[in-house]
Ligand binder design. Structure first.
Ligand code: MG
Length: 246
């Protein structure tokens, strides 16, 4: 089978966060026989919104590799056996740290560094920092495994967080804090499950440094835009991806 991991921000979704432009791409991939797996820094609740619009029922990876969500209706749930935990309509394989653990540490150092993150902002401030529509901002604020630092008055908090066992990664504008995991580690867990059923050819598409660990674990990698990675081919947009893989 063919499994493709797709980043969301700046890959399938543009600056206005609309699901509409990505709809045709996702549909073409599904019709082309791909298992489409979203793999994003976005929360489970944000991804549920896009999955619903795009009609996806496949597994997905949330908050920069922090957890793999397997819908109970998906065949991999049976393959996973007792692996993971039950939550609502999902089996969840957790790889990161809980939000409460990350939040407690950030709360303890926020005054020292002047930190602003989802947890200490109002929804109006989140909308201002991110440009998210209010409805999606609300879903982004329901965090399970990571925080995003939008503003700081001085540096040094990154090293302090890393010393305490957290992973600090730079996005294009902000800084993301997770447990010791990444998009590649989570993708590998999922690929091992698929591969236990049948041979897999794997693909990944992303645009940022946080997609690099993902590129390392797949057979075919693509970067949207100008960033360079030794394993990945550059493409101008996800539409060009369809020309290459279908
Ligand atoms: Mg991105």
């Amino acid at each position: 089978m063919k499994v493709i991991f797709l980043d969301l921000d700046k890959t399938l979704i543009g600056g206005d966060y609309s699901p509409e432009p990505g709809k045709g791409v996702v549909r073409a991939l599904v019709e082309g026989g791909f298992e489409v797996v979203l793999n994003s820094s976005k929360t489970r609740f944000e991804q549920e919104y896009y999955r619903e619009v795009w009609g996806l029922d496949s597994p997905f990876i949330v908050e920069n590799g922090s957890a793999v969500y397997l819908p109970n209706t998906h065949f991999l749930v049976h393959v996973a056996g007792d692996f993971g935990l039950e939550r609502e309509n999902y089996r969840v394989i957790e790889l990161g740290k809980s939000y409460s653990e990350i939040r407690a540490v950030l709360d303890s150092i926020r005054n020292k560094y002047g930190l602003k993150y989802y947890g200490n902002l109002s929804i109006d401030e989140v909308v201002e920092f991110t440009g998210l529509p209010r409805k999606l901002a609300r879903l982004a604020m329901r965090r399970e495994y990571s925080e995003t630092v939008f503003q700081w008055l001085k540096r040094g908090f990154e090293a302090e967080l890393e010393d305490r066992g957290f992973r600090v990664s730079r996005g294009s504008r902000f800084i993301n804090i997770t447990g010791d995991t990444d998009k590649g580690r989570a993708a590998k867990v999922l690929l091992d499950l698929y591969s236990s059923v049948e041979p897999v050819e794997s693909f990944a598409v992303g645009d940022g440094p946080n997609d690099f660990p993902l590129f390392e674990v797949v057979d075919n990698a693509y970067i949207v835009g100008d960033l360079e990675h030794p394993k990945a081919k550059n493409i101008s947009s996800v539409d060009e991806l369809l020309e290459v893989v279908l």
